[in-house]
Every structure is written in structure tokens, then in C-alpha cells.
Design a binder for this molecule. Structure first.
Ligand SMILES: [Zn+2]
Length: 571
């Protein structure tokens, strides 16, 4: 037995949850019961809700305490940066949370993105702003002065914060290497991005080292070339800097291969991130039990010297919705349990979940209990294979963060270019080729998923396996939603294929089901119109976030886009 996963973390990414003490207590309760020991608050700029940073408002740059830093600039705050006045209260909240967490044996981390800063920093250092209004990311100010001071002040404010998980170089930051093209200065033009990464990480590192805090850097990377640059920069960094790797490259797509950077960073400690709620596989509105994927990914991590995991339980793009609200909660139980004991059975995980969430009816006989666990396992085991053929097309991400696309072209951009699978799996380079043969394969997959899902949803609604009434109603609702979700994605995928064929090739070609592409497209538009009409009569369509994922407005927008493709002449 290898030593395994010692860092067992839960990530809260929805900021409405981070700042809600009842919600945090619910999370901590789960962590105590399931052997987890780190809580991660992921919010870009979260540190800016705590630090001023006083130095850039006229402070000395060397305050003895957080209140000293504040008093150095309290007048400047009132005149120039009034919102910073609220930082003191937010600091009190976070310090309180840290105290409660420590009592529960849990360390608290922030997860953020650099560079991030308040606008007054630009006034402090006017040279950052270029004539055309862009801000220069390569100015030494950032790593020589800004990052070292900001984190020094943060650790004065939150002395018991365990550390930071930081993405550097992502376009999701306010300023980063990936948008250096925006700055036209000579330094930026001649900049080796490897140097930039190094400078930024080392700029952060010093105050961490001094305060005894853990610095964890994420590999927030879109392409292989970027990843290689990052690896080159990272490997020579001080050894106590931890690397946090998504289980898959680029983002959390279960159809993608293992992250090739794993195990390739010398002696740096590594942790792996896993999205249990499913930004890309249905947010748990559509259930998707990932037990076998979780086992496989954790095993792969272990074989590559990974010693921690970070389970993402929600997503910043969807407010007030976490795996704690839906059936994908079973994935959180699974990752916590498998990290402790890789040989634990699926049945034991399902039982932990059903018991932990109080879903079992009282007074079940032992036989009824056994059969209930069996039925739930049977149903949930069927979900991921269906999801895989719903939210993905030949392994490419086929959804707009799990919502219906607005147009077919949006998929070509998101699934084919922006989130390209072929970048990481060259065999997939023709995954979106619109040959008649490939179209038949794609629509065949969608047909398979629909048939499976209709049967599954029928089974689920045919009888309560031993759950409380409330739990069973919830299970039924999710599977009924899934039925409609799978139907909808079957239609958008068919429309995508037929529409592209008509536009790019010849609508008169017979391509599938004995019909021409133009006929198939026309029929699909009619079918989608009926679908939309019926969708609007379903009870779940008034429930959040079901109404976001299968938003009838999106369906209608997609239909209109297909009509335009249908109206265009072939060739
Ligand atoms: Zn520049």
C-alpha cells in the first residue's frame, strides 16, 4: 500500500456559498464525517476583499499589523477607495470561519488568480498604463513590489490561513501572460513567457516562505505548448511549492486523457483536482455517478506521486447550486472514501451516501436495505455512459457549460477549437468531420443514449426502492429531467450535423436513415419545435437550475439558427 492521499480538500467555487456561514458549517460537518482536512475558497480577487493593500494607497510598506496597515491609509480609503472600508468586516468573517474550521481539524485555503489588483494600483504606478489604455503585465513592479507586499499584508490579516492555490497566466485573471499581446511595449514584445511565470511565482513565494504558508500553483492551461512552457518554468522553482493539477488537461472533461503533466515536475508535491458536481456533465441536475472514473483517476494520480485531491463541489458560473443539493453528491462521498481506501466497494460508497444524506426509509429490513442499495447502484451506474453520449460528441465537449448551445456554430467553436480534444488526443482530430459516415456514428450515439435514458427514467419512476418519500421524489425529478435533457441534446446534435452538411456539402445527398440532409434538417427543426412546446409544460421547467440548462429560450434560439442553415443553398 502506498501512503496515498494526505491532503483531502473540498473546493467551494460559488462565492454566494463562501460568504454564508450556515453553508460553510454544512461543508465542515461533511468533512469531519468523511475524513477531509482542507477547505478551499475559490474566488478570483478574494484576497482583495481582505487586503487594501495599504502600500499602494500611500502606506509605509512595512506595517506591523493589519490595523496598522489600515490606519496608515484610512483617510486615503475614505477619499479614493471607499469600498476597501469593508475589508475589515470581511476579514473578521474569514478569521471566524478559519477558527471554526480548525476546531473541526480543517485548514482553510484561498484559491485565486494573478494578476489581480484594485484600480488605485494604477495610480500608484502610472507607467503600468500604456498610451492605448492597456496595462503592462511584464513591468517588474508586479513581482518586485506588488505581489510580495500584497501577500505580506494578507498574512498579517489572516495569520491562520493555511495558504493559497493560485492560477498564474490565465486569461481569467485581470492581467496575465496570455493577454500580453495586448501590451505593445518592447519588454512585452521580447518577453519569454517562461521568464514571466518564474518571476510571478517567485514574487509570490517570498512572503509565503516568511509566513510559513503553503503556495500551491495551478496548471491553468489550454494548449500543449503552454503546458510545456509551464513545466519548464515550474520544475526549477523551490521544492516546497506545490503543483495542483486538474485530473485531465485543460479542464474537467471526463472524456479527456489523464493530465500529461502529472508526475513530470521533479520533486514538487502534487495534488489533483476533480469536479464532482460536473460543470461539463450536467451540474448534477442531470445525475452522473462517476465512481469508476474517480477510482481510475485517483489510482493514476497515486502512480504519479500525487498526494492530495481537491474536490470541486460547485461552480462560480452557477449560483446557489452545489452537489450538496443533488444526486452528484455521491461523487463527493466516492472521492473522499476512495482516497482513504482504494479497495472500498461501490456498495459501501452508495450506503455512505444514502445514510449520510438521510435518504433511507426508516425501519427497512436488512433484506430491503440490501435491495435498496442494489437498485440505487444499478440506476446510477447507468448514468455516466448516457451522459457521455449526451454532453459529448465523439469525446468533444458538446454543451455550453452543460446548457443547450445557442447555435451550432457555438459548438464548433467551443468543442472543436476552444476546448479542443485533438490538442491532447491526436486520434480525435477528425471527431467533428461532417462526412456521412461520421454523422451516422454521431446520431447513432445520440439514439443509443436516448433509448437507454427513456428505459432508465421509466424504471426509476416505477417504484420506490426503499427511500424516504422526499428522497424518492427528488430522485424521480432528476431522472425525469434527465429524460428531457437527453432528448434535447439528441436534437441539437442532429441539427448540428444536418445543418453543417447542408451548408458545407450538398443537402440533396442521402446521408442517413434513407433521407437527404435537407430532409433530415427540416424534420429535425419540426421535431425541435414540438419538443420546445412540450418542454414548456413540464413542471421542472419552473425549477432552478433546470430552467437554466434546458432554457426554452435557448432551444428557440437554436431552432432559429437551424432555420437559417436550412434556408442557405447547398454549396
Ligand atoms: Zn508591456
Amino acid at each position: 500500500m502506498m501512503s496515498g492521499y494526505t491532503f483531502r480538500a473540498m473546493e467551494v467555487h460559488d462565492f454566494t456559498q463562501i460568504w454564508n456561514l450556515d453553508e460553510i458549517r454544512r461543508r465542515l460537518d461533511f468533512m469531519v464525517r468523511n475524513g477531509m482536512n482542507a477547505l478551499v475558497f475559490h474566488e478570483p480577487g478574494i484576497e482583495d476583499k481582505i487586503v487594501f493593500p495599504a502600500k499602494f494607497l500611500g502606506g509605509s510598506g512595512n506595517p506591523d499589523s493589519y490595523y496598522d496597515a489600515f490606519l496608515e491609509v484610512d483617510h486615503a480609503i475614505l477619499y479614493h477607495a471607499l469600498r476597501e472600508n469593508l475589508n475589515l468586516n470581511r476579514r473578521d468573517y474569514i478569521n471566524h470561519v478559519i477558527r471554526e474550521a480548525r476546531e473541526a481539524g480543517v485548514d482553510v485555503y484561498f484559491e485565486n488568480k494573478e494578476l489581480w489588483f484594485s484600480d488605485f494600483v494604477l495610480k500608484y504606478r502610472k507607467e503600468l498604463m500604456q498610451q492605448d489604455g492597456t496595462i503592462c503585465p511584464s513591468d517588474p513592479f508586479w513581482y518586485e513590489e506588488f505581489l510580495p507586499y500584497k501577500y505580506k499584508e494578507l498574512f498579517l490579516a489572516l495569520p491562520d490561513l493555511a495558504g493559497i492555490i493560485c492560477s498564474i497566466g490565465t486569461g481569467e485573471a485581470r492581467l496575465a501572460i496570455s493577454n500580453t499581446f495586448a501590451c505593445g511595449c518592447d519588454r512585452c514584445k521580447n518577453l519569454d513567457p517562461v521568464e514571466w511565470y518564474k518571476n510571478m511565482i517567485l514574487g509570490m513565494y517570498k512572503p509565503f516562505k516568511e509566513a510559513g504558508k503553503k503556495l500551491i500553483i495551478r496548471d491553468f492551461i489550454y494548449t500543449k505548448a503552454e503546458q510545456e512552457r509551464f513545466q519548464k518554468a515550474f520544475i526549477d522553482m523551490p521544492e516546497d511549492i506545490v503543483l495542483s493539477l486538474k485530473n485531465t488537461p485543460h479542464d474537467f472533461y471526463p472524456t479527456f486523457p489523464d493530465n500529461p503533466l502529472m508526475g513530470q515536475v521533479g520533486s514538487h508535491p502534487q495534488i489533483t483536482e476533480y469536479d464532482v458536481n460536473g460543470q461539463f456533465f450536467g451540474w448534477g441536475a442531470q445525475p452522473s455517478a462517476m465512481l469508476s472514473d474517480i477510482r481510475r483517476r485517483l489510482r493514476y494520480g497515486k502512480e504519479h506521486n500525487v498526494t492530495g485531491f481537491l474536490a470541486r463541489t460547485d461552480w462560480e458560473g452557477v449560483q446557489d447550486w452545489t452537489c450538496f443539493d443533488n444526486l452528484n453528491m455521491v461523487n463527493l462521498y466516492a472521492i473522499a472514501a476512495c482516497a482513504e481506501d482504494e479497495n472500498i466497494s461501490d456498495e459501501a460508497i452508495y450506503l455512505k451516501w444514502l445514510e449520510g444524506e438521510h435518504m433511507l426509509r426508516e425501519n427497512l429490513t436488512p433484506g430491503e436495505l440490501k435491495s435498496c442499495i442494489g437498485r440505487m447502484k444499478e440506476w446510477l451506474d447507468e448514468t455516466w455512459p448516457i451522459v457521455e453520449k449526451t454532453n459529448f460528441v465523439n469525446g468533444c465537449l458538446f454543451s455550453n457549460d452543460s446548457c443547450i448551445h445557442l447555435t451550432p456554430d457555438q459548438f464548433t467553436f467551443i468543442g472543436g477549437t476552444h476546448h479542443s480534444l485533438s490538442e491532447w488526443d491526436p486520434e480525435k482530430k477528425d471527431a467533428l468531420e461532417m462526412s456521412a459516415e461520421n454523422i451516422r456514428k454521431i446520431i447513432g450515439d445520440k439514439e443509443w443514449a436516448r433509448e437507454k435514458c427513456e428505459k432508465l427514467a421509466d424504471q426509476v419512476s416505477s417504484g420506490n426502492p426503499g427511500l424516504t418519500e422526499e428522497a424518492y421524489d427528488k430522485v424521480k425529478e432528476h431522472f425525469e429531467f434527465m429524460r428531457w435533457y437527453v432528448r434535447g441534446f439528441r436534437l441539437t446534435a442532429r441539427g448540428y450535423c444536418f445543418g453543417r452538411y447542408v451548408r458545407e456539402k450538398d443537402g440533396n445527398d442521402v446521408i442517413a436513415e434513407g433521407k437527404t440532409a435537407a430532409e433530415l434538417l427540416k424534420e429535425n427543426i419540426q421535431e425541435m419545435e414540438c419538443y420546445r412546446e412540450k418542454l414548456c409544460t413540464m413542471p421542472f421547467i419552473h425549477t432552478y437550475p433546470f430552467d437554466a440548462q434546458l432554457n426554452p429560450e435557448r432551444v428557440d434560439f437554436y431552432i432559429q439558427a437551424l432555420k437559417k442553415m436550412s434556408g442557405g443553398t447547398a454549396r
